[in-house]
Design a protein around this ligand. Structure first.
Ligand code: CDV
Length: 309
């Protein structure tokens, strides 16, 4: 058995006026509770340190940059890193990253039990739009504020297993999990901020959004024989509702723990990384069964014309 006792630290709303320091205090409170429940690893949401600022249309780049972190740990997040090290707990959280070269990314990191950042992922699937759109129920300006991630979907060896990350909208795309699955990933940590309605028609309500959240995460876990820990920032931020529904899903695609509130709420589950072995050595043994060189042959048998060699 390779147990990683994992905490999904759902966070309730963060208002535009809330400071990083107040948010970090909430994150530390969740971490202390996770420690009391025996957690080795805690996962927080996408853009965990601030409100979901891409809903606000901002023209002044200096003001935009106030939502970004120029260094990590930053002075405000150092207490979180210190508490994690005291507890001997690994962690993952998302934040807006501004690089020394002036590039902006929607980033997530994994920090080991000694407080060292051992992995960084930058969100690849950026939803929304880049200019103010009066037709929408609310703005979703990720394409305005972030560049697409440039680090791929790597996995890292830590805590006795193989860990990967993705961020929010990435979870809806099967290749996110498959790229990590092909590297043998055993646990994917992901955070999200999902508005409770679709900004383009207002039609998709929270029930449908929660359903698609479960569907994407459960399918990704099952089809790649990996644990997935999916963690929301939830509740009403300055009048804008976000779904909750944080989940821990096992490598069979089964939900083993799920949040019921839209507040700061903790799930803790003993995740055995060896539970990935059955799927990885049977139905989803990619080396034996995923023989992509035969895909052309299959399409030719169905009458589809093959591309020229
Ligand atoms: N932060 C996100 O990436 N949100 C998207 C919304 C816009 C659909 C999501 O996939 O949840």
């Amino acid at each position: 058995m390779r147990i990683v006792t994992t905490a999904a630290a759902q966070m309730g709303p963060i208002q535009r006026s809330d400071t990083r320091s107040v948010v970090v205090e909430r994150m530390i409170a969740l971490m202390d509770e996770a420690k009391a429940q025996g957690a080795d690893f805690i996962v927080y949401p996408e853009l965990a340190l601030t409100t979901f600022f891409p809903r606000w249309y901002i023209e002044d780049q200096a003001e935009v940059d106030t939502w970004f972190e120029r260094e990590m740990p930053s002075p405000e997040t150092l207490p979180l890193f210190r508490r994690a090290r005291e507890h001997g707990m690994a962690m993952s959280f998302g934040y807006a990253e501004l690089t020394p070269e002036g590039q902006h990314f929607n980033t997530s990191i994994i920090v080991d039990k000694h407080g060292a950042i051992i992995g960084k992922y930058r969100k690849i699937h950026l939803p929304g739009h880049s200019e103010y759109d009066p037709e929408r129920t609310h703005q979703h300006l990720e394409k305005r504020y972030f560049l697409p991630g440039d680090l791929g979907f790597p996995v890292w060896r830590t805590m006795g297993g193989l860990f990967g990350m993705c961020v929010c909208n990435d979870r809806r795309w099967p290749e996110t999990y498959r790229v990590m699955g092909l590297q043998g990933v055993e646990m994917v940590a992901l955070g999200y901020n999902t508005p409770s309605i679709n900004s383009q028609n207002g039609a998709e309500g929270p029930e449908q959004r929660l359903f698609h959240n479960r569907l994407s995460v459960q399918a990704g876990a099952y089809q790649n024989a990996t644990w997935v820990v999916a963690v929301a920032k939830a509740g009403v931020e300055d009048g804008h509702p976000l779904i909750g529904g944080s989940l821990i899903v096992d490598p069979n695609g089964v939900i083993v723990a799920e949040c019921r509130t839209e507040e700061d709420e903790l799930l803790v589950h003993p995740c055995d990384l060896d539970d990935t072995v059955f799927g990885k050595t049977t139905i989803f043994d990619f080396v034996r069964h995923r023989r992509v060189e035969h895909y052309g042959l299959i399409t030719s048998q169905t009458g589809v014309v093959l591309p020229p060699e």
